[in-house]
Design a binder for this molecule. Structure first.
Ligand code: ADP
Ligand code: ZN
Length: 836
């Protein structure tokens, strides 16, 4: 057993075999451990998947990845260089998760791990310190790789005897400090200060980055610019805040975290008899007693959580019905039984809200926060912390204390052990699907993990995914319903306002809506306005050439962002400064067409009573880390009376003083070429309506539409989910869409310069249809995608319908090679969320 199979954590992500070097004892290498391995001329980080005897069927030195054409010749294997940790980072269970995900996604474990591990854990950057005689000796993996054999033997002995430690990379000031924007655009810099503008734009896109990453991406010169900008207060540079990762424990220090005073006390649940009923109320951190309805759903859910079986349940509770309290009471029970809990929200702001409520309701629990907007260091700290739990280092067999993790979809890949409950709040939200890189559906991963851990998976929503609800109706997923708002409040009154077709209306807001807004402001109440289009104007029309400015790579109109003084492509990020002469005619006369959130905000200032505070919540206004929470908090504190925003504001937030919600352009999503267009619109509108009238005062909702006859509105008006569901289901059955069939999208594209591209696509289309027929699949297309030109590539879609995911994967595998040989890019998206 002295050959290690290692998956690489960076491209090509393959699984390779390496021999074990003589200078370390065999026991130094363990399954699940990260190791530095040679590849080509450099070193890479990999994870040891397992060991095998020499002369494996593939032949030594051969890639162990399937289908890589193993050569029969024997040649000497390269050997592993050095472990990157002393005890394995990943458990056997975790490797199994990665392997299963790889199988499901026709990928490799390395690619999966490369996508889900925090960035710092994917590199070989590490420093090893050896304590021999004299001064400790510091080495990097690459300096080790070039040492002579006798010195390696010496260090290997030290390592084996425990005379060595791994320091994390990140202790150099380059990694220890991160930079972020201190102010929103427009920035007070001269237009000629190109380097400064580039750096500010870069930080705007990236959020918080370490000095090292900044230097890597922008070059060494960036350090000077950075000093300049931080001197002027436009950028802040501060120590990486690792303590963000863990709510209750001090920052990760390289060893197991030291308990805080609070943690020194016995774990609050350890001594509780399991049968003791949890009495919700003030004493337990909830400021109220559960309502009878909440209690009635608690009972079966508790039973499910305690059953020791893997179960999936759906909690369908209208907006404001108190679903969160149900999650937290369940969590309390599961934690008391010594098992861990994952509470997931589709977005960071909602995850933070859940975190706060959990902190209040469950004090004294080991809590972690994990989401994509944390700094890599904070994510790494959380990951390492949790990974070290399942491997007790001492002989004492104290089981690891259960933890409560709140976060977004990526938290599903934390190395938690013994999970008893996974909650997906707002389960209908499309953000649970990761669309880029490693494409996965959080629901599927959650279902897999709950299955392995024998845990309860609870899906919660006021507007469940049609598929989830269908599963409940069919009896596959038990359904629990909350029909009343906790405060006894009524659902808001919903009114439709007809808008004139086309641009016939001077402004996006109808007079009726403006009137209603004024009244709300005068009464000292609050309003939210939903407009799912960011920027100032979606198009900038040049009066010289009578055409709108377009992205040269995507053939899509460039949106005007006034604050950033840019025309931007929302699909590829292409940006040009504005105002600047038209690329076509050199003219300087432009007309902004249409209205985005930025322009709406501006317009409101002119129609609302002077001094009315207006805030804006969209991707542009929330780029700076922490800014979204600032805006939400300011609005909750009533520092502004009106909040304008994109779909971000439709979700989950609880503003008791909001009595009016205006949906400025309700048709936006309806006309998308997506079978779920109506479902999405319904969900968005019911959720937005749900922001209104959550407190004591009754609420009102105004929906502006050009298409008042659409069937969707009647159901939105009465918040009639069941009615909508039936209508939608009948439609889907007729058209053979999910849940009556399984759907996959094969995305094919070629570079615009490729003259034979269209021909190749047609050829692959023929293959797909033939292969599809053999597998009993319906293949539609390939047809030009709804966005036919993006980022300089022509795009085509092929829709696959069938009953079996495995057949779809096998169809894809059958044509992939041929397509790639023609120079096409081809991708499989099972159950696609983005149909553009
Ligand atoms: P949902 O997620 O179902 O829309 P929330 O969980 O946000 O609703 O709850 C809405 C509000 O009701 C919150 O402010 C919450 O604290 C409060 N709440 C929940 N349960 C109760 C209860 N039993 N009694 C009083 N208030 C409650
Ligand atoms: Zn573009």
């Amino acid at each position: 057993m002295n050959i290690a199979r290692v998956c690489l954590l960076s491209p090509p992500f393959s699984v390779l075999s390496y021999s074990l070097p003589g200078y370390l004892p065999e026991e130094a290498w363990q399954k699940g451990m990260r190791a530095a391995v040679p590849l080509g001329r450099g070193l890479r980080a990999g994870v040891i998947l397992g060991f095998e005897a020499p002369a494996s069927p593939e032949g030594p030195g051969a890639p162990a990845a399937p289908g890589a054409g193993a050569p029969a010749r024997t040649f000497t294997l390269k050997s592993l260089i050095w472990p990157l940790e002393k005890t394995p980072l990943l458990s056997e269970e975790y490797l199994e998760l990665a392997t299963q995900m790889a199988l499901r996604h026709t990928s490799t474990p390395g690619r999966i791990l490369g996508a889900v591990l925090p960035a710092g854990l994917r590199t070989v950057k590490a420093r090893l310190r050896f304590f021999g005689e004299g001064k400790p000796r510091e080495m990097t993996p690459s300096s080790l790789a070039s040492l002579p054999e006798n010195e390696l033997a010496l260090l290997g002995r030290l390592w084996a005897e425990g005379g060595a430690e791994v320091c994390r990379a990140g202790q150099s000031p380059l990694d220890a400090e991160e930079c972020r924007l201190a102010v929103d655009p427009p920035w007070p810099v001269r237009p000629a200060a190109k380097a400064q503008i580039a750096l500010l734009e870069y930080l705007f896109e990236q959020g918080a980055v370490t000095r090292r990453k900044l230097a890597e991406d922008l070059g060494e010169g960036a350090a000077r610019t950075l000093a300049l900008l931080s001197g002027r207060g436009l950028v802040t540079v501060r120590p990486v805040d690792e303590s963000l990762a863990c709510d209750t424990l001090p920052a990760f220090s390289g060893e197991k975290p030291r308990p805080s005073p609070e943690e020194d006390m016995p774990f609050p649940f350890a001594g509780l008899p399991a049968e003791q009923p949890s009495r919700p109320g003030v004493k337990n951190g909830l400021p109220f007693i559960l309502t009878p309805q909440q209690r009635s759903v608690m009972e079966p859910l508790l039973a499910a959580a305690r059953s020791g079986r893997a179960e999936t349940h759906l909690l369908f509770g209208i907006t404001g019905s108190g679903k969160t309290a149900v999650y937290l009471e369940l969590a309390r029970d599961v934690l008391a039984r010594g098992r861990s809990v994952l509470l997931l929200a589709p977005e960071v702001a909602l995850a933070l809200k859940l975190r706060d409520e959990a902190a209040r309701a469950l004090p004294g629990v080991r809590r972690y926060l994990y989401h994509g907007y944390q700094s890599p260091a904070a994510r790494e700290a959380a990951f390492r912390d949790l990974a070290s739990s399942p491997f007790p280092r001492s002989s004492s067999h104290v089981p690891p204390a259960p933890v409560l993790v709140t976060g977004t979809r990526s938290a599903l890949f934390l190395p938690l052990s013994d999970i008893g409950l996974i909650v997906l709040d707002e389960e209908h939200d499309s953000s649970f699907k990761q669309d880029e890189g490693f494409v996965y559906q959080a629901k599927e991963v959650a279902w897999y993990r709950a299955g392995r851990e024998k845990a309860l998976l609870l899906l919660g929503s006021a507007t469940p995914d049609v598929k989830s609800y269908y599963a409940s109706v069919r009896g596959a997923v038990p359904l629990h319903v909350l029909t009343e708002r906790t405060g006894g409040g009524e659902l808001p009154d919903v009114r439709l306002v007809r808008m004139l077709p086309g641009g016939a209306q001077a402004h996006l807001l109808a007079e009726e809506s403006v009137e209603a807004l004024r009244r709300v402001v005068e009464r000292g109440e609050q309003a939210v306005i939903l407009l799912n289009r960011r920027g100032y104007a979606p198009q900038m029309y040049c009066l010289g050439c009578n055409a709108a400015a377009k992205c040269p790579h995507c053939d899509i109109g460039l949106a005007y962002h006034k604050g950033r003084e840019r025309l931007l492509c929302h699909y590829c990020g292409y940006a040009v400064p504005f105002p600047s002469p038209c690329a076509g005619c050199g003219g300087m006369h432009f007309l902004p067409m249409g209205e985005g959130t930025e322009r709406l905000e501006e317009h409101l200032a002119s129609v609302l009573p002077p001094g009315t505070g207006v805030l804006r919540l969209d991707r542009d206004s929330t780029r700076r880390p922490g800014r979204m929470e600032e805006i939400l908090r300011a609005f909750a504190r009533k520092e502004a009376q009106v909040l304008v925003g994109t779909q971000m504001l439709s979700k989950g937030h609880h503003f008791p003083d909001v009595t009016l919600a205006v949906v400025a352009d309700a048709d936006l999503g309806l006309n998308l070429p997506d079978y779920r267009a109506a479902e999405r619109t319904f969900q968005l509108l019911v959720q937005s309506a749900g922001r209104s009238g959550r407190g004591e005062k009754a609420g009102c909702v105004i929906i502006q539409t050009r298409n008042p006859a659409h069937y969707c509105w009647e159901f939105v008006r009465t918040a009639d989910y069941a009615g909508f569901f039936e209508r939608e289901l009948a439609l889907r059955q007729r058209r053979q869409y999910p849940p009556f069939t399984r759907l996959a999208l094969i995305r094919i594209s070629h570079a615009t310069e490729d003259a034979r591209g269209a021909e190749s696509v047609a050829f692959v289309g023929g293959l797909l249809r033939a292969e599809g027929k053999n597998r009993g699949l319906t293949v539609l297309g390939p047809a030009p995608a709804p966005l036919p030109l993006l980022k300089g590539r022509r795009r085509y879609h092929c829709l696959i319908k069938g009953q079996d995911w495995q057949e779809m994967r096998s169809l894809f595998a059958a044509v992939r090679g041929a397509a790639e040989k023609c120079g096409l890019r081809i991708k499989l998206d099972l159950d696609p969320v983005n149909m553009l």
